[in-house]
Design a protein around this ligand. Structure first.
Ligand code: NAP
Length: 503
């Protein structure tokens, strides 16, 4: 039988690294982090399209315990995030656990030995006492199911598989999608394309971006007096928190807060677009917050350049030379960019089959019942399994809030196990059911339930029509939940010891 690691972590992005750092703090050192890509960093390794930048202020979008004083801009470019991930991996000594180019195909719990066995695409089996999946939310690229798309003879590229070698200069480029990725990419493509056609199905709420370089003197101040950067972080986190809690989660009681967000976006659109017809096309019909809004100062101006065209007609099909819309309009293209986002609910929850006790498969269980994980981490019948990209786990707008809340949860859980001499945990059905009921009640006044999200096609909603991605509480409440959850919400026990085999 293969070696038994303390934990197998799947995913070497910020979530997986956070889990490894927490396990180190708890005294576990025999970890293996399996990563399908050829390097660490998750989103920030995979995404490298032109214009990529963080869309949460960088002082907030980082681990609270490892602030980076040297972000070059308020919203740092993607390459800096990748460098930050490398820095964290080295400083916290988690790189040595990582194995790259390893695609996990399945994980299965063995009740008799109380261990997880993870199978890889190469047929290898990797065993761990604990299994933690940190495979991200936006990690399974979605390819649009458009008739004829495979027949296109030019270059087709998804934004999450960017290739710097493709020729863009002087090309006729088409972009399908107008989500946060497209909003960042389109202004960059327009700088080099001879003609750019943007195919929009659903417009996105866009607000002005307050961005700019962080002066060297400020970076030095952050480095010398970290408290100053913490203050900036607190302000950034608080603004995002108010947007989220007041504008989105308490929509039914605080309509004005939601309107402030929507009006800010409408004003930005009015300032930047004078043509009423174009403005109409760019105005979403769903309420602010149904879908993640974005920030940009150059998206709307780009759409008004003479060589850029916003196409809102329904795409009928793609043929060898371009895209044809339902009214017969053709756009001849050299390059087709798919800014079509990610498949969360079909391909990603979970990212590969996870088989718990009695053959229960997590994906089927979620689809046949409801999507949920207790406190965004645990599911009954899946002992010793921590799902870090779970329904109801995403708390606040910065992913780091989620990661650190989960790290806190692990801290409390594993210390309780140690105190009781246990090494197996399993959330009780009652705790899981109670959490699910509470989340569903909390969602009632949110924009997702009380607002009009019908035209949004938002990835916050699962295939049951429920918005179960975000945890409908403040980040403070989420952190409090992680720090104080009742310990008897878990059954803790001791794993069977292997019988000595002799020599
Ligand atoms: P997205 O928000 O899911 O947007 C995908 C776009 O593709 C949508 O406009 C969608 O239209 C369109 N689309 C998909 N399939 C289509 C089809 N068959 N025909 C026509 N249009 C189609 O994906 P994303 O822009 O990659 O952004 C995903 C998330 O990543 C963001 O919400 C954000 O959280 C994150 N993000 C973060 C950053 C950052 O921090 N720097 C940058 C980029 C993205 P419909 O809306 O009509 O489906």
């Amino acid at each position: 039988m293969s070696h038994l690691h303390d934990a197998v972590i799947v995913g070497a992005g910020f979530g997986g690294m956070g889990a490894a750092i927490q396990l180190h703090r708890l005294g576990f050192d025999d970890l293996v982090i399996l990563e399908r890509e050829d390097d660490l960093g998750g989103t920030w390794h995979v995404n490298r399209y032109p214009g990529l930048a963080v869309d949460i202020p960088s002082s907030t979008y980082s681990y609270s315990f490892e602030q980076n004083p040297y972000w070059s801009r308020l919203f740092a470019p993607g390459a800096e995030l990748k460098r930050y991930a490398d820095h964290v991996a080295d400083k916290y000594d988690v790189r040595r656990h990582m194995r790259f180019g390893v695609t996990v195909t399945e994980a299965e719990w063995d009740e008799a030995s109380a261990t997880w066995t993870v199978t890889t695409a190469a047929g290898e089996e990797v065993r761990g006492r604990y299994l933690m999946t940190a495979t991200g939310f936006l990690s399974q690229p979605k390819l649009p199911d458009i008739p004829g798309i495979e027949t296109f003879r030019g270059t087709t590229i998804h934004t999450a598989a960017w290739d710097d070698d493709i020729e863009l200069t002087g090309q006729r480029i088409g972009v399908i999608g107008t989500g946060a990725t497209a909003v960042q990419l389109i202004p960059e493509l327009a700088k080099v394309a001879s003609h750019l056609t943007v195919f929009q199905r659903t417009p996105i709420w866009v607000s002005a971006k307050i961005d700019g370089p962080v002066p060297k003197a400020v970076q030095r101040l952050f480095a010398r007096v970290p408290l100053t950067q913490r203050l900036v972080r607190t302000v950034g986190t608080s603004v995002l928190e108010v947007m989220m809690v007041a504008g989105v989660l308490h929509f039914a009681d605080l309509r004005t807060a939601n309107r402030i967000g929507e009006n800010a976006c409408r004003a930005h659109l009015r300032r930047q677009v004078s043509d009423p017809e174009l403005r109409r096309k760019l105005t979403p019909t769903y309420q602010f917050g149904c879908k993640r809004p974005t920030f940009s100062n150059d998206y709307y101006p780009t759409l008004q350049k003479p060589h850029v065209h916003l196409e809102t007609g329904t795409i009928d099909h793609v043929d060898e030379t371009g895209i044809v819309t339902a009214d017969g309009t053709r756009a001849d293209l050299d390059v087709l960019v798919l800014a079509t986002g990610f498949d969360l609910w079909e391909a990603n929850f979970p990212a590969f089959p996870i088989v718990g006790r009695d053959g229960r498969e997590l994906g089927r269980f979620w689809r046949e019942t409801r999507f949920c994980a207790y406190e965004g981490v645990a599911v009954p019948d899946f002992p010793n399994y921590v799902s870090l990209n779970s329904p109801y786990s995403y708390s606040g707008l910065s992913y780091f809030t989620t990661i650190e809340t989960q790290m806190r949860h692990l801290d409390r859980l594993f210390r309780a196990m140690r105190a009781r001499g246990a090494d197996v945990f399993e959330v009780t059905q009652a705790a899981y059911d109670g959490f699910l009921e509470r989340m569903r009640d909390l969602l009632e006044p949110s924009v997702f339930n009380a607002g009009d999200c019908s035209g949004s096609r938002s990835y916050y909603f699962n295939q049951h029509g429920e918005a179960t991605l975000l945890r409908p509480t403040s980040t403070v409440a989420a952190f409090r939940g992680a720090a104080r959850f009742p310990l008897d919400d878990y059954e803790l026990r001791t794993a069977p010891r292997p019988v000595a085999q002799g020599r």
